[in-house]
Design a protein around this ligand. Sequence first.
Ligand SMILES: Nc1ncnc2c1ncn2[C@@H]1O[C@H](COP(=O)(O)OP(=O)(O)OP(=O)(O)O)[C@@H](O)[C@H]1O
Ligand SMILES: [Mg+2]
Length: 357
Amino acid sequence: MYVTRLSLNNFRNYEDEKIEFDPGVNIVYGANGMGKTNALEAVYYFSQGRGLRGPGREAIRYGEERAGISLDFFRDGREYTGEIIFEKKTKKIYLNEIELKKTSQLVGRFVCVLFTPDELSLVKGSPEVRRRFLDSSIIPLRPVYLSALMKYNLILRQKSALLRRGEYGMLPVFNQQLAEVGAGIIHIRRAYIEGIKEIAAKVQYDISSGAEELETVYNSSVRPGESRAETVSLLLEKMEAMEESEKENKICFVGPHRDDITFRINGRPARGYASQGQQRSIVLSLKAAQTELIERETGESPVMLLDDIMSELDRSRRDFLREKISGKQVIITCTEAESESMRGNLIMVENGKIKGR
Ligand SMILES: Nc1ncnc2c1ncn2[C@@H]1O[C@H](COP(=O)(O)OP(=O)(O)OP(=O)(O)O)[C@@H](O)[C@H]1O
Ligand SMILES: [Mg+2]
């Protein structure tokens, strides 16, 4: 899978620009604040239906009413063009000029794996960072998962509003809906973690020359049942048990929005014990596992998006990453100084303008 062209129209700090990509290594470079991450974000939109920062409005260039991005890419030897039009409150999505009704119809066509410095906090940061990793990994593989998440979040907001207002009449209805949609999410997440944990452990073992055994454990509000129906009842039971506390605190305590992942290295929780280097290795191991799973399931290599990550890694981890991305299309952002030592299609960005080499 590879991208050939990205067009940006009133997107972030870009007015009207096109970027042509090579099937190999592409290096987007420039000073801070010039628009490197914005360009990567535009590509990322096509795999997730959402951006890196904020819900979507902020994609529109300051002072403008609408923005548009389009991406030409090849998959299975076929060419596709995706287009997203942002308006103040809505987003329109097209694939090969046909309008799609739902974002979930877009995701899954174009698949990329993103590495950002933000994710270096995956191990020690808040559970939200880990849930975001999980969601963004699953979305391109299971488009229905995105629909489930959106539905779940909507019901969750409604239930939270109820709790805040202290009107409990509809509570059982919302609990039932949350448990049903939530159980689906939990089962997909569990299956995904089952899918990556062995691969991640093997990679961690290799990076550490056999010194580190990585365990990845899914922690949900309830231990998932054998069947989805069983998980629904387990969730409902827990919601009932927590009802008084939810009313008192006006917070929804039960469900996959509270999920987390625990990492252990040689049996010890990484959150409390892992060194900086070990944390970085865990992130690399997870990303490598994510990439491998995509290749297994789709038969294609994802496009690798590397946002300013090389400078964050030491020599051996950098070499490891280079080896993992070789043979795939890579779009990497870095500063001018770093770009000097890199080989590939050089794309310079200056204040939202593409300057060529
Ligand atoms: N909607 C918008 N309209 C106009 N400008 C925007 C918009 N959203 C963000 N920006 C601007 O884009 C710039 C940031 O771009 P970006 O994050 O891509 O920079 P970068 O080149 O990756 O920088 P760094 O090297 O610091 O990571 C900021 O100057 C920000 O003000
Ligand atoms: Mg940046």
